[in-house]
Design a protein around this ligand. Structure first.
Ligand SMILES: Cc1cc2nc3c(=O)[nH]c(=O)nc-3n(C[C@H](O)[C@H](O)[C@H](O)COP(=O)(O)O)c2cc1C
Length: 367
């Protein structure tokens, strides 16, 4: 059994395994979460929400809190510019019944940071303490924080941040092994994560320590665990178009879906998309990025990808994929002979539409 296939407690919350899906703005909606949960993700999160938007009772932000009836365990993440506003949002999210609440201290997006949210807090360590302490006082549910190594390489302060969040009583912390100023072309720094995990180990027996960054397969998850001493991994880009990553990490060996398994999951994702967003043009537009990610790593897929990138309804998407399936050998294993895998320097922003920032920077946080 793989290390990751062991249950873990976050505070009093039982989590069935140690492979989590990160909150992903514009991506971790109900349809995608359901697919990741079915393929093994032990914990999943709603996309990052804005505390400012919550304080304005923003309708869209409240809609994003929706939970599917099959989601027995679900986390949520929030970010805000002032401690009291985050604490208020935590009270609201607690009231909505989320099983665990995370405070985002790592988002690098310019408009988010410009509004004092996300990784802006890493420049103001006192605010880290105030934010976590006041959030802690607002909920008895498991509370966590997710952050980067520091704001810049010259200002790495991950050990101090870790000390602060643990002293303010978080149940879990997640470290992404890059600084705010580093892009995906800088490889995740496992030594930086390790230094945070050591602080965690020394300060608390029960805090859950999570590593994040460049987990794209079982071997990178295993390397993250062995080299940093983390208790669990959080998968981000590695799950885009590849939700099988959860089964692979849990199996503890390299695994690829058969063509039939692949096809079945893509069709299911489309059905969940229709169930959640309806049979609308918007539903198809929101699905496009997933369809493009799913069709990476196949022979002669440029034509099919061009078509999927323009679909205006999901019935059309099904037809395109069925037609493509007829032309693809049933025993084809994805990525064999193709190097379009999502790897280290892949930045989805280049391919994604403006929906990437949905719910993050556009609700009262643009200024
Ligand atoms: C499309 C996208 C959306 C993201 N949204 C969030 C978010 O809402 N909250 C968060 O903490 N991190 C977010 N992240 C950052 C990831 O969770 C993660 O920290 C980062 O991508 C590093 O992990 P990776 O190298 O495995 O992708 C996002 C990343 C991507 C690619």
């Amino acid at each position: 059994m793989s290390f990751f296939n062991q249950a873990i407690m976050i505070g009093d919350l039982h989590i069935k395994n140690r492979v989590f899906l990160a909150p992903l703005a514009g991506v971790s909606d109900i349809p995608f979460r359901r697919i990741c949960q079915e393929l093994g993700a032990g914990l999943t999160y709603v996309e990052m929400l804005s505390a400012t938007a919550i304080s304005y009772n923003n309708k869209r932000t409240f809609e994003m809190m929706a939970r599917h009836k099959t989601e027995s365990v679900l986390g949520v993440q929030v970010t805000g510019p002032i401690a009291s506003q985050v604490a208020h949002a935590v009270t609201v999210l607690d009231g909505q019944g989320f099983n665990t609440i995370d405070i985002n201290m790592g988002c690098p997006v310019r408009k988010v940071v410009g509004a004092g949210c996300g990784s802006a807090i890493l420049k103001d360590p006192e605010r880290i303490t105030e934010t976590v302490l006041s959030s802690r006082a607002s909920t008895k549910r498991p509370l966590s924080a997710k952050y980067r190594l520091g704001y810049t390489r010259e200002n790495v302060n991950v050990e101090n941040t870790t000390e602060r969040v643990i002293n303010a009583n978080v149940d879990m912390f997640t470290v992404h092994g890059r600084t705010r100023s580093e892009s995906y072309s800088t490889p995740c720094d496992l030594n930086g994560i390790k230094s945070a995990m050591s602080v965690g180990q020394n300060l608390s027996q029960k805090v859950v320590k999570v590593g994040n960054g460049d987990v794209f397969c079982y071997s990178s998850a295993d390397k993250m665990q062995k080299e940093t001493g983390c208790d669990a991994v959080m998968v981000s880009r590695g799950a885009l178009g590849n939700p099988w990553i959860f089964s692979e990490i849990l199996a503890g060996t390299s695994l690829s879906p058969t063509f039939e398994e692949w096809f079945d999951v893509v069709m299911r994702h489309i059905s969940y998309q229709e169930e959640h967003y309806g049979k609308t043009k918007l539903s198809a537009i929101l699905a496009r990025k997933h369809l493009l990610w799913y069709t990476k790593g196949f022979p002669s897929s440029k034509g099919v990808r061009d078509l999927l990138n323009r679909v205006e309804d999901l019935t059309q998407a099904r037809e395109i994929l069925k037609d493509y399936a007829l032309r693809t050998p049933k025993d084809f294993i994805r990525f064999t002979g193709f190097s379009q895998e999502i790897t280290s320097d892949y930045d989805p922003k280049y391919e994604m539409d403006r929906n990437l920032d949905r719910g993050v920077g556009d609700e009262g946080m643009d200024a």
